[in-house]
Design a protein around this ligand. Structure first.
Ligand code: URA
Length: 192
């Protein structure tokens, strides 16, 4: 285990114990995130769904399977990346997280970003995008690289994608997502 992996493991344990998010009372499990603490790419979804809540792991349902296929298409496995959500607990009935719930979980996400220090942060869908690219439209910023300096996490590269769950059964969105995704390896090279 590398030092970073150890520290991330400790951070995620602390999150499970100390996160004040109200969703804790209805969720089965905390879903802190999963993958490689030394990853170049950090994917961020919105919130865990039913399967994720049951198993305490992010992106293990249909959207996760689609994501795995897209990763394979650029030669990556889940073990090569880190993946988490803005909100660390499942909102009941998969409703959108409330502002207070996001505010309570955000410091933990920021701490994960500070620790992993990914070269590229990939918000999946408009809710995750909104945390970083405030007031933007996903239809306008998907597939574009933004370098943004933010409090707590410093200067970071963001590359927003449509959410795999939204694109899964929408032919045109799916095509755009696949095209955007295929550009990730070149982007990483550019950043390095
Ligand atoms: N959708 C998300 O945004 N996150 C998950 O973990 C699963 C589905």
């Amino acid at each position: 285990m590398t030092i970073k992996q150890k520290h991330l493991h400790e951070l995620n344990q602390k999150m499970a114990e100390e996160c004040q998010c109200a969703l804790k009372s209805t969720a089965i499990n905390v879903v802190p995130g999963e993958g490689n603490a030394d990853a170049d790419i950090l994917f961020i979804g919105e919130a865990p769904g039913k399967k994720e809540d049951e198993q305490g792991k992010p992106f293990i349902g249909a959207a996760g399977k689609f994501l795995n296929e897209m990763l394979a298409s650029i030669g990556l496995k889940r073990e090569d990346i880190y993946i988490t959500n803005v909100v660390k607990y499942r909102p009941p009935g998969n409703r959108d997280p409330l502002p207070d719930e996001v505010a309570d979980c955000l410091p933990w996400l920021e701490a994960q970003i500070q620790l992993i220090k990914p070269k590229l942060i990939v918000p999946l869908g408009r809710h995750a995008m909104e945390r970083f690219l405030k007031g933007k439209k996903i239809s306008e910023v998907h597939g574009q690289l933004f370098e943004i300096k933010m409090p707590h996490i410093g200067k970071r590269n963001f590359y927003t994608l449509y959410h795999p769950a939204a694109a899964l059964y929408n032919g045109s969105m799916r095509k755009v997502l696949l095209e955007d995704f295929s550009r990730i390896p070149k982007l990483l090279k550019k950043i390095q």
